[in-house]
Ligand binder design. Structure first.
Ligand code: NDP
Ligand SMILES: O=C1O[C@H](COP(=O)(O)O)[C@@H](O)[C@H](O)[C@H]1O
Length: 494
């Protein structure tokens, strides 16, 4: 049973010299340390290709936590927990046995009881081979727990994901594999279940009798930055929809679990993903639209088009924007569209869910010429966190009114970051907020149909939205043909 007590064990971060470790993992570990969540029986080995030593890694970690709260003494104490091991995982003869020796030494030194968490913050092509070598070279032969945390992307499509999974499963059981989806560590994503299942006035309405549509929008202002090589091979569908957005969809659409255990929650998510109405090869254009950013103006500065970015082809067919309509073939959701959209270089950085309720019969008010505003439940995931209810009420003759609960900047400062939560969960053995293989598989199967159609037929009109806009007009048309429109991501207080 997972606990909130101080965690012990050996964390091994493969890719400790990389960007993710520097920006997310070390600061998150430091926060856990500051909160007293790491016991004195905890140590970490950072693994990278470059020939650093432990002192060099400590200096690197010290720099990566420079902006975190705390005094120098505390930070110096924290970095004492780290050790470095240089290892080129692409080389067959690499020194895994030396890594094992270091692990065994630290195990005795810190009394770690053989508990090991392997975190692969590496390029995905190495995930499978590292897992294999960990077993072959005896690092997983340990009296304590052994767990594997895997970064994204988990495969490129269903087939490659299946092959990767098969390879991992030779060294780790499904229960020992923690597939990271950092959206599942976000405060308000974790709150979806609470909002749905702990409020008497939402759950009875949470179905096709009362809900007209649900919109999930995740927009970014940044472009592809220095990730052109990765993104060219991915695109917004694989980068954001297959994982983060499908996870949000499943949390919104799943049935209440019979209890709040990892297995029961995951099982409901899997069940609802199985109920997704499959899209036929020749229907993709009816349900999904794609876009690619052109040059434009962001915050008063001119920014280049996607095709002008580093490591991006001049005639790239990669989508930087996706909008889609998902339907479920089940009793609860038949006929209710779940609209999703995500993209880079859009006008706002925001992730938001809007649940639009059906209208009440207008004749009740004998004012059929007037339009009532639909009731909306807005779940703000970022940058603000909280919920807003849009209601029709008399407020000095003005309607709608909004009831909001949004966390202030001060509250957010104390809210753990996604990676902090997920690291802690992995250490204490709680896999609820990690993706089960069945979820990953169903999600790939759904998006594979779309990516295959888009690869078969390159987009003739790319780039089709200027940077700083809210995407191509086809995204608006997708909803307009159903009589809906996107609700703006910034909700002005009326
Ligand atoms: N950066 C981010 O914000 C995010 C990253 N991710 C995922 O995290 C993973 C890591 O990404 P990121 O940190 O950005 O990548 P980086 O390219 O910044 O870092 C890669 C790391 O892998 C190490 N490495 C590369 N090749 C080898 C090798 N042959 N042997 C041993 N070590 C090697 C590098 O070591 P060295 O530098 O010493 O060569 C470095 O520590 C990826 O799967 C990515 O998709 C997911 C979400 C966000
Ligand atoms: O996984 C990814 O997510 C980020 C967006 O994450 P957020 O927490 O800032 O919303 C995205 O920029 C990146 O392309 C993708 O790989």
């Amino acid at each position: 049973m997972p606990t909130f007590t101080k965690q012990s064990g050996l964390l091994m971060i493969f890719g400790a010299t990389g960007d993710l470790a520097q920006r997310k993992l070390f600061p998150s570990l430091y926060r856990l340390y500051k909160k007293g969540r790491l016991s004195e029986n905890f140590a970490c080995i950072g693994i990278g290709r470059r020939e650093w030593d432990t002192e060099r890694l400590k200096q690197h970690i010290f720099e990566s936590i420079a902006n975190e709260q705390g005094n120098t003494e505390e930070k110096q104490e924290f970095i004492k927990l780290f050790y470095y091991h240089s290892l080129d995982v692409s080389q067959k003869e690499s020194s895994y046995h030396e890594l094992r020796e270091l692990a065994d030494t630290l195990d005795s030194q810190y009394d770690l009881k053989g508990n090991r968490l392997f975190y692969l913050a590496m390029a995905p092509e190495y995930f499978g081979s590292i897992a294999t070598r960990l077993k072959e070279d005896g690092l997983t032969e340990t009296p304590g727990y052994k767990r594997l945390v895997i970064e994204k992307p988990f495969g490129h499509d269903f087939e490659s994901a299946r092959q990767l999974n098969d390879q991992l499963r030779k060294s780790f059981s499904e229960d020992e594999i923690y597939r990271i989806d950092h959206y599942l560590g976000k405060e308000m994503v974790q709150n979806i279940e609470v909002i749905r299942f702990a409020n008497a006035f939402f759950e009875p309405l949470w179905n096709n009798h009362y809900i007209a549509n649900i919109q999930i929008t995740s927009t970014e202002t940044l472009g592809v930055e220095d990730r052109g090589r990765y993104y060219e091979n991915s695109g917004a569908l694989r980068d954001m929809v297959q994982n983060h957005i499908m996870q949000i969809v499943s949390l919104l659409a799943m049935e209440p679990p019979i209890k709040l255990s990892t297995d029961e929650i995951r099982s409901e998510k899997v069940k609802v993903l199985r109920a997704l109405k499959p899209i036929k090869d020749d229907e993709v254009d009816n349900y999904f639209v794609r876009g690619q950013y052109g040059a434009g103006e962001m915050n008063g500065e001119l920014v280049p088009s996607y095709r002008e970015e580093n490591m991006v082809a001049d005639d790239s067919n990669t989508e930087t924007f996706v909008a889609g309509k998902l339907l479920f073939d089940n009793f609860r959701w038949a006929g209710v569209p779940f609209y999703i959209r995500t993209g880079k270089r859009l006008g706002e950085k925001s992730t938001q869910i809007v649940v639009q309720f059906k209208d009440v019969p207008m004749n009740l008010f004998y004012r059929t010429e007037e339009k009532l505003n639909p009731n909306l439940l807005v779940i703000n995931i970022q940058p603000e966190e909280g919920i807003t209810l849009h209601l029709n009420a008399k407020k000095g003759g003005k309607t709608p009114v909004q009831l909001s609960f949004l966390t202030s900047k001060y509250d957010r400062f104390n809210t753990p970051e996604a990676y902090e939560r997920l690291l802690f969960d992995a250490m204490r053995g709680d896999a609820t907020n990690f993706s089960h293989w069945d979820e990953v598989a169903l999600s790939w199967k759904y998006t594979d149909v779309i990516s295959r159609a888009w690869e078969r037929e390159p987009a003739a009109n790319f780039p089709n939205y200027p940077s700083g806009s809210m995407g191509p007009v086809t995204a608006d048309e997708l909803l307009a043909k159903d009589g809906f429109h996107w609700w703006p991501v910034i909700q002005e207080e009326k």
